[in-house]
Design a protein around this ligand. Structure first.
Ligand SMILES: [Zn+2]
Length: 199
């Protein structure tokens, strides 16, 4: 999202291909959340730093082999209500880019793994709330946020479509929903593009 338009090399499986980045205008929106999620109090800073380090560590430890099989599935049986790339202004002050899709999900909706892989984070985070991260190998990760209940443990090998959690409204939210994100090689991707690849 932050690249200037132009041609860039993309390295995968030891091969380099050239990809074209085209200009795109993303929509913007304003959002109001409790102030503690915009200016976190000093006493939670250590927790926030620890949680960032936890994510960095797993994002650098994906196995080179493929743990996923075939198409990726939508994690919830509903529509998404907020798209990838929306520029958000929190409480009139903090600018942030929406790096995933928000699925409308009533409290307690069953959330399923988008593909097979290994569960690498099951944790209650400050901003993400209840968070599950699945490593699909080859540095592809899916993230599920704002959960109310975990149905898997860290280290578990899971199958595609396996229930992993119940949705909720924990963390920086305006109401119950599922935030679903896809990361590949350190960048957040547009999840709906991945979900459409096989249709
Ligand atoms: Zn979201």
């Amino acid at each position: 999202m932050d690249r200037e338009p132009g041609k860039y090399p993309l390295v995968f499986n030891g091969q380099t291909v050239e990809v074209m980045v085209k200009p795109h205008v993303y929509p913007s929106s304003t959002i109001t959340v409790p102030p503690k999620f915009v200016k976190p109090p000093k006493e939670v800073q250590a927790r926030i730093d620890e949680e960032s380090a936890m994510k960095r560590a797993v994002f650098h430890s994906s196995p080179p082999e493929r743990l996923w099989k075939g198409r990726f599935l939508a994690p919830a049986p509903t529509r998404y209500t907020s798209s990838f790339g929306v520029r958000r202004l929190y409480n009139g002050s903090t600018q942030s880019t929406h790096q995933g899709l928000d699925y409308s999900a009533a409290m307690g909706t069953q959330i399923k793994a988008a593909n097979s892989g290994r569960v690498v984070i099951v944790h209650d985070m400050y901003f993400e709330g209840g968070l599950v991260v699945v490593d699909h190998g080859e540095s592809i990760f899916t993230l599920y946020m704002h959960l109310s209940k975990f149905l898997v443990k860290e280290g578990a090998e899971i199958e595609k479509g396996q229930p992993i959690a119940k949705s909720g409204s924990s963390g920086r939210v305006t109401g119950p929903h599922l935030h679903f994100a896809v990361q590949w090689q350190g960048s957040y991707l547009e999840p709906s593009t991945l979900l459409r690849l096989w249709t």
